[in-house]
Ligand binder design. Structure first.
Ligand SMILES: [Zn+2]
Length: 88
């Protein structure tokens, strides 16, 4: 305890969990991704949380893709765009 020099560099569980979403979104820097990866390799509770979240996303993504045809999807994004413009 306390002698591990990797301690300075390793992230705490709460930090990893707080960044899971951004990690999955791929919006983190390379360095942060590596640090999270390393933590996930060594910490099974966090890995489980990560896998759960990743699976959930995959499921939602698949479902949306199945349900919403491309035409409808572009229509929706047009509506959203219009909506956000008129909101100003
Ligand atoms: Zn952890």
């Amino acid at each position: 305890m306390g002698t591990n020099h990797y301690n300075n560099d390793s992230m705490e569980c709460k930090d990893v969990l707080a960044r899971l979403y951004t990690f999955l979104d791929g919006e983190l820097t390379e360095e942060r991704r590596i640090r999270i990866r390393r933590h996930l390799d060594e910490c099974s509770p966090c890995l489980e949380a990560y896998e759960f979240e990743a699976e959930l996303r995959q499921m939602v993504a698949n479902r949306l893709r199945d349900r919403v045809p491309d035409m409808l999807r572009s229509k929706i994004s047009q509506l959203i765009e219009k909506d956000s413009q008129s909101a100003n």
